[in-house]
Ligand binder design. Structure first.
Ligand SMILES: Cc1ncc(COP(=O)(O)O)c(C=O)c1O
Length: 400
């Protein structure tokens, strides 16, 4: 349609949202669907956080606030970074937006000029490459091989850097693979960046608190203090505190960058929801013990899903270090035909046939930049996960 902007040609709609929508439609039509597409915890926001939100409404915290966050929330974030990450930020180095998504987008909008490159390790969260394109930049994908636990190597990073490189986007534990970089593996990447002072680091630490035994979470500026001046440390309350709908994300970074991001936000959405900001103060300052409890719950589900998928013929499911996703390879299923006659040439074929024939909704790997694989979000009940794995096993057994 000629009326629409050419910018739209540079991006595609989120495939994860598309799968979730299709699964919901099938369910509404009466089909027995198990949705493993959505990337959000399946439990409610903790009560003390909900109460803080209600109190905020009654206290009249229902007006515009400072564009990038109330001082109370910025202070809570300063303390979070100090307490959990050993990072010293002052409130003027903190920004708060409508979800981590807006914070990442603001940073790209505030820094990219046409032709600027952003290194995006694949498999990636679906929004990174498209947000880079929307902001006028060029995503440069570097594939973390299945055999290397989906991690990129220092040599790969070195080879991807050009004079146009502006950012490396880093996400550990990762959506969609759950892969995490050990402190040593992360340090090896930061050593490459130390040799290239024009490259900044945008680290997305959204899954920090969903980390499993044996995995030691670290954020880049903590492992390499020399990078502190060119690192934006992004985080949020969505995944850790089961607050996806409240829409609060935040970041710490150099004041000049934070100021530029504020400018973008001031002319687009202004402040994030005032009530959500007060609830987030309660989340960050309140009890933290349930974070470990939740991680334990996800650990049990991870093991259940990894075992259940590895029992399916043609599927090879690695064991992730964190988050609530697994990213199995279906190389062993390619070239086969399902019981209903669907030919499986790609991971998209596999996922479509799986949904149509068994009602299990997962997202195909091509959406995340590494095929042939699919992503399972296991943020759902054990019963649903067991049933889904049984259906996948049966589907795979029927391939010939
Ligand atoms: C890796 C990653 N970063 C950022 C986000 C966005 O989170 P928020 O709800 O804070 O916008 C998500 C959500 O799925 C994610 O998986």
């Amino acid at each position: 349609m000629p009326f629409l902007s050419a910018t739209l040609d540079r991006v595609k709609p989120s495939p994860t949202i598309a799968v979730t929508t299709l699964a919901a439609e099938l369910k509404a039509a009466g089909r027995d669907v198990i949705g493993l597409g959505a990337g959000e915890p399946d439990f409610p926001t903790p009560e003390h956080i909900r109460e803080a939100g209600k109190r905020a409404i009654d206290a009249g915290h229902t007006r515009y606030t400072a564009v990038d966050g109330i001082p109370e929330l910025k202070q809570a974030i300063v303390e979070k970074f100090r307490r959990e990450n050993g990072l010293a930020y002052t409130p003027d180095q903190i920004t708060v937006g409508t979800g981590g998504k807006q914070v990442l987008y603001n940073a790209l909008m505030a820094t990219l000029n046409p032709g600027d490159e952003v290194i995006v390790p694949a498999p990636y969260w679906v929004s990174y490459p498209d947000m880079v394109r929307l902001a006028g930049g060029e995503p440069v994908e570097v594939v973390g091989a299945f055999e290397n636990g989906f991690r990129i190597t220092p040599d790969q990073l070195e080879a991807a850097i050009t004079p146009r490189t502006k950012w490396l986007i880093f996400n550990s534990p990762s959506n969609p693979t759950g892969a995490g970089y050990s402190p040593d593996q992360l340090k090896a990447l930061t050593e490459v960046l130390e040799r290239h002072p024009h490259v900044w680091v945008m680290t997305d630490d959204m899954y920090e608190h969903i980390a499993f035994p044996g995995f030691d979470f670290r954020t880049p500026a903590q492992v390499a203090p020399s990078l502190y001046e060119r690192t934006l440390t992004v985080n949020g309350v969505s995944k850790a505190y089961a607050m996806t709908g409240w829409r609060i994300g935040y970041a710490g970074g150099p004041t000049a960058l934070i100021g530029a991001m504020r400018k973008i936000q001031s002319q687009s959405t202004s402040n994030p929801c005032s009530i959500s900001q007060w609830a987030s103060v309660a989340a960050l300052n309140g009890p933290q013990d349930f974070l470990a409890e939740n991680a334990k719950l996800f650990l049990r589900r991870r093991d259940l899903v990894v075992e259940g998928l590895n029992a399916a013929e043609g599927i090879d499911c690695p064991v992730p270090q964190g988050a609530f996703y697994v990213y199995p390879s279906i190389a062993g299923c390619i070239g086969k035909t399902s019981r209903s006659g669907s030919r499986i040439e790609t991971d998209e074929d596999f996922c479509r046939a799986l949904l149509e024939e068994t009602g299990v909704a997962v997202v195909f790997g091509a959406a995340f930049g590494l095929s042939p694989c699919f992503r399972v979000s296991y943020a759902t009940s054990d019963e649903q996960l067991k049933e889904a794995c049984a259906r996948v096993q049966d589907f795979c057994a029927g391939l010939s």
